[in-house]
Write a protein that binds this ligand. Structure first.
Ligand SMILES: Cc1cc2nc3c(=O)[nH]c(=O)nc-3n(C[C@H](O)[C@H](O)[C@H](O)COP(=O)(O)O)c2cc1C
Length: 384
């Protein structure tokens, strides 16, 4: 994870020196159990557990992993959104959480193909949640019927699942190559969705200015900032305890916490080290973004949101397999009132008109693979 800007902010305090002194550079490493899922499951577990072990590596908003997999009916998985893991302030209609259900369903289906199953996904079997509701947990998102099929070909994107990342680092100073762009744009997308990739210097400059303004607006709006602060896990102890959220670890964060400089109150208070460091951290990527893209859908139905998740993660897997990094920057797409003016400017700028909806806005480029983000143990999402 990129901490360079955070380091710059606190550089004058002497804390960085303190943090790296005395052999402490090894302290507060990412706890191995929090990222153990990225080694892949052992083959001896049951088929449904094996598939779910891959599905829970899906990209999802704020890494809240809002999934519940009900296994009480044999040969099926009933997927629910987890009501306790929604994002009411930044995602008031659970559009993003719904996209995160789609990424989960796609990885599940890809893994099924690698284990000799056809996964038949029946969306919203008990009715579709209203598009203006936050709570999408009251009815199942999907019933997945697993049908054994020894002749099914494993999806070639399967091999990229364990290597996929949302790469939040600054990228190397290179626009996406024409070849890579062409290869990514060739990916078949479901549901008449479309992907645009921008790599013209001036165009990218404008887009990242939009992304930056939206991020600052989110930070300057106390309740949306609080939603992130509440979900930030600082240091190995918190990371291993929660195994979700925005994870920050390493000697510097350990020392800042030791000196009580990283409390939630401080992170919410303009003028403190934690607040300014948070801004610098959140915007660390801005000047190191050389290509950006959008994924849009013809309407904003719940089905479209699921399909957007499925398409997005396929794009992310394909990018992974050809050495291209991706990172969603979603603030400008969020539906809370304060964001609406900036969002309409963004839509006008891109010539996108409702009901067409931009479901994902992302950075794309080149950077080496960062360490993976935590995941909860499988049993935490399973109801058996
Ligand atoms: C709908 C959606 C929106 C996201 N928005 C953001 C974002 O605005 N900023 C960000 O850093 N990551 C964003 N992400 C990426 C998640 O933070 C990331 O998937 C999660 O932390 C897990 O990390 P991983 O993708 O590397 O496994 C988003 C992911 C999804 C599916």
């Amino acid at each position: 994870m990129n901490r360079r800007n955070f380091l710059r902010t606190i550089g004058g305090t002497g804390l960085v020196l303190a943090a790296t002194a005395g052999g402490l550079s090894q302290c507060d490493q990412m706890p191995t159990e929090a990222i153990q899922g990225w080694n892949g499951p052992v083959n001896s577990i049951t088929d449904r557990e094996w598939l779910l072990s891959y599905a829970l590596l899906a990209p999802n908003p704020h890494n809240m992993q809002a999934w519940i997999a009900d296994l009480r009916v044999e040969d099926q998985i009933i997927l629910f959104a987890d009501k306790d893991r929604l994002l009411p302030d930044t995602d008031p209609f659970s559009r993003q959480v719904m996209i995160g259900q789609g990424t989960f369903l796609e990885l599940l289906s890809i893994a099924a193909s690698a284990r000799g199953y056809q996964a038949n996904v029946h969306l919203f079997p008990e009715g579709t949640p209203d598009e203006m509701e936050l709570d999408i947990s009251t009815v199942p998102i999907a019933r997945i019927e697993l049908v054994k099929n020894e002749n099914i070909a494993a999806d070639p994107l399967f091999s990229a699942i364990l290597h996929r990342r949302s790469n939040k680092e600054g990228y190397r100073e290179l626009a996406l190559s024409e070849d890579h762009k062409a290869e990514l744009l060739k990916l078949p997308l479901s549901g008449d969705h479309s992907v645009q990739i921008y790599h013209d210097k001036d165009e990218v400059e404008e887009l990242r200015t939009f992304a930056k303004q939206a991020m600052l607006l989110e930070i300057e709006t106390p309740r949306t900032l609080k939603e992130s602060v509440d979900r930030t896990r600082i240091g190995a102890d918190a990371i291993v305890k929660y195994r979700d959220g925005i994870d920050l670890n390493g000697p510097m964060f350990w020392w800042l916490s030791r000196f009580d400089l990283m409390s939630k109150e401080k992170a919410m208070t303009p003028g403190t080290l934690a607040y300014q460091g948070g801004i610098d951290y959140a915007l660390g990527w801005v000047n190191k973004t050389y290509s950006m893209g959008i994924l849009s859908s013809p309407t904003n139905s719940r089905e479209d949101q699921i399909i957007a998740g499925r398409n997005y993660v396929r794009l992310n897997l394909l990018a992974t397999s050809i050495g291209v990094a991706m990172h969603p920057v979603s603030q400008i797409l969020q539906e809370y009132p304060e964001m609406q003016t900036l969002q309409s400017d963004f839509y006008s700028h891109l010539g996108v008109r409702a009901p067409e909806t931009i479901q994902m806005f992302f950075r794309i480029g080149y950077q080496s693979k960062p360490s993976p983000s935590p995941r909860r143990p499988l049993q935490d999402i399973v109801r058996a």
